[in-house]
Design a protein around this ligand. Structure first.
Ligand SMILES: CC(=O)N[C@H]1[C@@H](OP(=O)(O)OP(=O)(O)OC[C@H]2O[C@@H](n3ccc(=O)[nH]c3=O)[C@H](O)[C@@H]2O)O[C@H](CO)[C@@H](O)[C@@H]1O[C@H](C)C(=O)N[C@@H](C)C(=O)N[C@H](CCC(=O)O)C(=O)O
Ligand SMILES: Nc1ncnc2c1ncn2[C@@H]1O[C@H](COP(=O)(O)OP(=O)(O)OP(=O)(O)O)[C@@H](O)[C@H]1O
Length: 614
């Protein structure tokens, strides 16, 4: 049975893939013992959602005080229930499984469930009160706990969490980064600058609201984002890009307790819409870019823009840093200018009207150097240890944000250039091979294009790229991703990402539909392989000296979710293993040359990379 095949023009249509036999994916590539259950939101095991770290010391806050706080904005707040209303709370969580003794449990109406159905679990774990909406009141009261009812508990829990934990955000310099692409990378680069500032004891943020008084950027740094949260050097795996407000405020409190003074964090559009950053006022909000993504959550691009836009209002940020080169960035800049909101701009394309611009950019396979030119004409030598023009933009965004926060530009640039890399972002896999092998998290059309352009610029030979699209996520982007891969790679291997509950071949068919739209003379060889490990081996098998193998879409992720079951899967490890296997094969037999773009019949690769490796 061959799963790898080259598509011909006649079968380059979605129906061909639909019609293909569908071998079962379940359990074919890993023994059952290696499978682990995905934590589902509706699992009720307390272990399945441990929640974030909690501060060691919290001053108890009387429930009456919390009710007064809620009442100030929602006068219809009702304190009910048969339980003791004369209690004090020491924490808050939105998840019944993460309740700790003394917590308020926020029982939220969700898209699928109502938190009120889990109040009994919350009570048994030690919750002292419930915050809920009118739809949850009766179920909450049934447990005998005190109940606070407000029309929109999700919209109020951030503020309550901040109050309960003693407003920890106010003691942290906070830089929040939003945009479709580059949030994670920019956050790591900002962290590099903050670390350098701390190391050098350089004066830090001078908050406009405090008349420039400001705090020092000394102390430890914190990082919050898709890959992980960091408290200094302690690393905590992330559940999502921006934690829910109750978790975020607890994390801030722990950071403060452990000596963190500045935080770089990613702010997703989901976070802004779902109130996850309620209770935060960022010293600097950064806008990177906007391109189609999450259109399953946002009805259209305008809604998506307006979601991001919320970060740049006085209740969320004190000042903005905006990408001058981005169409939506320019719009934001114009709107903020009219509102008199403080903005600093950056242009990686070197636009003279931007406050900070990149000049003398030298792109290399392992990173780039450039001169950052400031508003007073000051010149700062800068570098970024990640390839691609878009990483020059990310680095300049970081530098501009750090400078806007009061950090010296040379210190900022030094810190940025010393960042050791970002997990799963243009991460090289080096097993001694004579071609480049890279793992990258690109999983939206814009990012796939950017990374392919970037890699082509620094590759003398051919580019062999592997990509899938995630299931249960925005399906609109799939054809565009298939098309980008087919157009910009010499070999495009379409494969599975996390199919989740969707049929992997149906996802592949949609990607293939996009690839088929690319005229044959503009497209590389397109292969279909639903097994991701086999797809990676197929790409490696075609690599010759000076080529690049690019594995896209999953970056830092450690598992692959197929039909609700996550099996361990790390692109960097699978790619490394494939390179070793290929080297061993080559040692045993003369190496086959890489297949040039024009080669019409790469069938030898099909046989070499198939079932015997499974
Ligand atoms: C669309 C979205 O973001 N949904 C979030 C939302 O889910 P929901 O309203 O459907 O909640 P639900 O599952 O109906 O449950 C209702 C309530 O019951 C609670 N519950 C449920 C089960 C239980 O045992 N105990 C319990 O207390 C839940 O915590 C929830 O508060 O509220 C839940 C917690 O309150 C979140 O976990 C959930 O995020 C889901 C997991 C998610 O996947 N979100 C993704 C799309 C996301 O947020 N992504 C962004 C963007 C990333 C990027 O830019 O690429 C991110 O910031 O990560
Ligand atoms: N400024 C940028 N413009 C376009 N593409 C970018 C940019 N920065 C990074 N990318 C691409 O997008 C991928 C994701 O980058 P990164 O994780 O930094 O962004 P993100 O906004 O955090 O993404 P996500 O929201 O998907 O987690 C990278 O692996 C890279 O391929």
């Amino acid at each position: 049975m061959h799963h790898v095949r080259t598509i011909t023009d006649s079968e380059c249509n979605p129906q061909a893939a639909e019609a293909a036999p569908r071998p079962s994916l379940r359990g074919t590539t890993a023994p059952p013992g290696t499978l682990t259950a995905v934590p589902q939101a509706d699992q009720t095991s307390p272990e399945s959602y441990p929640g974030p770290p909690r501060p060691a010391r919290v001053e108890p806050v009387p429930l009456a005080e919390l009710a007064r706080l809620l009442d100030a904005e929602a006068p219809d707040t009702v304190v009910t229930g048969t339980g003791d209303t004369d209690v004090s709370a020491t924490g808050i969580t939105h998840d019944s499984r993460a309740v700790r003794p003394g917590d308020v449990y926020a029982a939220l109406p969700g898209a699928r469930l109502h938190g009120a159905d889990f109040v009994e679990q919350a009570r048994s774990l030690g919750a002292v009160a419930v915050l809920t909406d009118p739809g949850g009141t009766a179920r909450a009261e049934a447990t005998g706990l005190a109940v606070l009812t407000v029309p929109d508990p999700r919209g109020r829990m951030g503020e309550l969490a901040a109050t309960l934990y003693g407003k920890p955000g106010e003691d942290l310099l906070q830089i929040g980064i939003t945009g479709t692409s580059g949030k994670t990378t920019t956050a790591y680069l900002v962290d590099g600058g903050l670390r350098k500032a701390a190391e050098q004891g350089v004066p830090g943020a001078a908050r406009p609201s405090q008349g420039g008084g400001g705090r020092q950027a000394g102390g430890l740094t914190g990082l919050i984002g898709t890959v992980e949260s960091r408290i200094g050097d302690e690393r905590i795996k992330s559940e999502r890009t921006t934690p829910e407000a109750t978790d975020l405020q607890a994390l801030f409190a722990v950071m403060r307790e452990r000596g963190v003074t500045s935080v770089a964090m990613e702010v997703s559009s989901h976070a802004l819409v779902l109130g996850r950053v309620d209770g935060c006022v960022f010293d600097i909000g950064v806008f990177n870019n906007l391109s189609p993504e999450h259109l399953d959550f946002h009805p259209d691009m305008e809604d998506y823009f307006q979601a991001k836009r919320q970060l740049f209002t006085p209740r969320r940020s004190r000042a903005a840093v905006v990408n001058f080169d981005d169409e939506y960035g320019f719009r934001l800049l114009t709107e903020l200018g009219e509102e008199g909101f403080p903005v600093t701009t950056f242009s990686a394309e070197g636009h003279p009207d931007a406050d900070w611009r990149a000049e003398d950019v030298v792109l290399g396979p392992f990173g780039s150097t450039f001169t950052a030119v400031g508003p007073e004409g000051q010149k700062v030598s800068a570098g970024v240890p990640l390839a691609g023009p878009f990483n020059v933009a990310n680095a300049l965004a970081a530098l501009t944000a750090l400078v806007a926060a009061g950090i010296d530009p040379h210190t900022a640039a030094e810190g940025i250039s010393e960042v050791p890399g970002v997990p799963g972002r243009l991460q090289r896999v080096d097993a001694g091979q004579d071609y480049l092998a890279i793992v990258d998290y690109a999983h939206k059309p814009d990012a796939v294009e950017s990374v392919l352009y970037a890699v082509r610029k620094v590759t003398d030979g051919a580019v062999h790229a592997v990509l899938g699209c995630g299931g249960d996520r925005d399906p609109h982007k799939r054809p565009a991703m298939g098309a980008a891969l087919a157009r910009l790679s010499d070999t495009a291997v379409l494969t599975s990402d996390n199919p989740r509950t969707e049929d992997p071949l149906a996802i592949l068919a949609t990607m293939l539909g996009g690839a088929a739209e690319v005229p044959a003379h503009e497209r590389g060889t397109v292969l279909l392989e639903e097994d991701r490990a086999a797809a990676i081996r197929a790409a490696v098998a075609r690599a010759g000296s000076g080529d690049t193998v690019l594995v896209l879409g999953k970056g830092h992720e450690q598992g692959q979710d197929i039909a609700g079951v996550v099996r361990p899967f790390d692109d960097t490890q699978v790619l490394g293993a494939a390179i070793h296997e290929r080297a061993a094969e080559c040692a045993a037999a003369p190496r086959a040359p890489s297949v040039p773009r024009s080669d019409p019949s790469p069938s030898a690769d099909i046989h070499r990379t198939d079932d015997q490796n499974r």
